[in-house]
Structure formats: structure tokens, C-alpha cells
Design a protein around this ligand. Structure first.
Ligand code: ATP
Ligand code: MG
Length: 311
């Protein structure tokens, strides 16, 4: 079968739980081979969206197509094309790595002659081949996450839904995880929708959607999103940082100052960066603070999210 235009297509999805509108009129599409990162804070509606997309939750309105199959009307066809790693997936801790894969292969109806070959292929892919006989309960957190990914891939889906797969995983494993997803998209033309609450991960995807309060309020490539940032960004590093924040926002040309770890991002009116830098040097002298390091920098996706997020 030739690939459809959209591997995953959701139109006008809505879901409320009593008074809580968890997903509001959400429309999104993901192409074959494309990685779409859905970013949002706790409670934004990421998990609800994924559960609607894979058909375990029925929407109040809207429709979903997976590889062209309507999830409500052709659930079996849609599910065959879908791999889903839920936020709190569970492995069988007493089973070995390989036994876990056999279990998920059986659930997914992978023919008996194929499961072993496919399982070993995936385990090599995710770097777990040396651990096939280790009990899942004895794996590290990052290894469990990779095994989770492997179980979602065992039936060779065309569309992968991953719910916060890198949450709580160390930075190196996070890096490896993204590389695996990129390779799957590239080599197997797989579409992936990956959720995260880490804004700094958003730029890993080909396309990014920002979700808040159930609303997909902005989407685009990382470059296109950055280009829509309306201010210049000055990065300020110096002590005392919190006092610097309060002092900087007093300046007319500074729209806001965001604290990112050990630095501030000052959002300044276009064309006023130099004037602001001079004013900051003046403040340092007047208050007897060490002169801060101030540099112009490109906006990050965190800046973009924060400036456009509703409410
Ligand atoms: N089964 C449910 N019953 C009632 N309310 C729910 C249910 N599932 C989700 N909600 C509510 O819907 C909203 C969205 O929740 P959801 O789990 O989709 O957010 P999330 O973006 O996945 O958050 P997190 O980052 O914490 O996983 C929240 O206000 C949540 O409390
Ligand atoms: Mg969630």
C-alpha cells in the first residue's frame, strides 16, 4: 500500500471530564516519517490527546484516522498500524526482556515464526541485545524505558505514539532515546507523535505543537516558531540574579525577564538591545553589583511558548 498523505490525522477532537475540558477542538496531522512533538505542562491534555488518538478513549466530538483508517469505525485496522507507549506502561517485572517482547508480540498477533527475529532486531536497535535474559525488574529506569519502546514496536507499526517517554530519564539516555526515534522515522518512514513537558526537547522534532489547557495554540517547525518571537533576547548572567530580574523589568524597553536556571532571558523591544545593555551596566555601578554578562541570543522554544501561551 502506498503511504497516505497523513500517517495520523485528528480533526476537531474534544473531550471533557465533567467540567474539565481536557482537549478542546484539537486538529493535527503527522506525515509518514515525521516526528511531531506535543509539548505542554502538567495537565495540559497530552495523555488525553494520545488516548483519543489510539482509540482507548472515545471523543465527545471529532475524528481520528491512523494510516487512513478511522479509529472509531475501523478500530482493528487502525490499531494494527499503531504503536502506543503509555505514560505509565507496565512491563512484566518477573519476565525477562525477551519474554516481555514475546508477550507483547502475542497480544499484537505477530505470527509465531516472526516474533523472535523481529524482537532481536528491535532489541539490537534499542541497545538491549546484551540483556535479553535479564528480568525486566532488574533493568535500570532508562533501560525499562527502552524496553517499553521495544514493546511498542514489536508489530512494526507505522505510527508511534509515545507519552512522555523521556520523563525522569537521565540526559544521556534521553539523547539516545531521541536518536532512536529519529532513526525510526528516517529508516522505517514511521510517523511519531511524542509528548513531553520539557520545552528544551521540543526542537528535537520536525514539527512542534504547543498545548496548554487542552488547546493546541501554536504549531510549526522549530525554526518557524522561533521566527514568530516578537522581541530580541538578551541573556543575562550575574549576581544577585533575582534582584537583576526585578531591576531589569523596571526598564521601559524590557518587556519581561524569564528565569532559566542560572540566567535570565530579557525580552527587549526590537532595536533597543544596546540601550538596555548600557542601562544594565549603569545599574551595576549604581548598586555596587558585579557587572553582569549580557549577550544577545536567539529565542529558545521556551521563550516562544511562554510569550504565546494563553492565560
Ligand atoms: N479520567 C479522567 N477523569 C477526570 N479528569 C481527567 C481524567 N483524565 C484526565 N483528566 C483531567 O484532564 C486534564 C488533562 O489531563 P492529562 O492527563 O491529559 O494531562 P497531561 O498533559 O497528560 O498531564 P501530565 O503532564 O501531568 O501527564 C487534567 O485537568 C486532568 O485532571
Ligand atoms: Mg500525561
Amino acid at each position: 500500500m502506498t503511504a497516505p498523505r497523513w500517517a495520523l490525522e485528528a480533526r476537531n477532537l474534544r473531550k471533557a471530564f465533567g467540567p474539565v475540558e481536557a482537549v478542546r477542538d484539537l486538529t493535527l496531522q503527522v506525515r509518514p516519517g515525521e516526528i511531531y512533538v506535543l509539548v505542554g505542562p502538567d495537565g495540559a491534555g497530552k495523555t488525553t490527546t494520545l488516548r483519543l488518538l489510539c482509540g482507548v478513549l472515545e471523543p465527545d466530538a471529532g475524528e481520528v484516522r491512523i494510516w487512513g483508517h478511522d479509529v472509531q469505525r475501523m478500530p482493528d485496522r487502525a490499531r494494527d498500524e499503531l504503536g502506543y507507549l503509555s505514560q505509565r506502561f507496565s512491563l512484566y517485572e518477573d519476565l525477562t526482556v525477551l519474554e516481555n517482547l514475546r508477550f507483547f508480540a502475542e497480544v499484537r498477533g505477530v505470527p509465531r515464526q516472526q516474533w523472535f527475529h523481529r524482537s532481536m532486531e528491535i532489541l539490537r536497535f534499542v541497545g538491549l541485545a546484551p540483556f535479553v535474559h535479564r528480568r525486566a525488574g532488574h533493568l535500570s529506569g532508562g533501560m525499562k524505558q527502552k524496553l517499553g519502546l521495544a514493546t511498542a514496536l514489536v508489530h512494526t507499526p507505522r505510527v508511534l505514539l509515545l507519552d512522555e517517554p523521556t520523563n525522569g530519564v537521565d540526559p544521556i539516555t534521553r539523547q539516545e532515546f531521541w536518536q532512536l526515534i529519529l532513526r525510526l522515522a528516517h529508516e522505517e518512514n514511521m510517523a511519531a507523535l511524542v509528548t513531553t513537558s520539557y520545552l528544551d526537547e521540543a526542537a528535537r522534532g520536525h514539527r512542534v505543537g504547543f498545548l496548554q489547557q487542552g488547546r493546541l495554540f501554536m504549531e510549526g517547525t522549530p525554526e518557524a516558531l522561533r521566527a514568530r518571537f516578537p522581541y530580541q533576547v538578551l541573556r543575562l548572567q550575574g549576581e544577585p540574579l533575582r534582584e537583576w530580574r526585578a531591576a531589569a523589568v523596571e526598564l521601559d524597553a524590557v518587556h519581561a525577564a524569564q528565569l532559566f536556571g542560572d540566567r535570565l532571558h530579557l525580552w527587549v523591544q526590537p532595536g533597543s538591545a544596546r540601550q538596555v545593555s548600557r542601562a544594565l551596566a549603569h545599574i551595576a555601578r549604581a548598586r555596587g553589583w558585579p557587572r553582569p554578562r549580557v549577550e544577545a541570543t536567539a529565542p529558545t522554544l521556551e521563550d516562544v511558548f511562554l510569550v504565546h501561551a494563553p492565560g
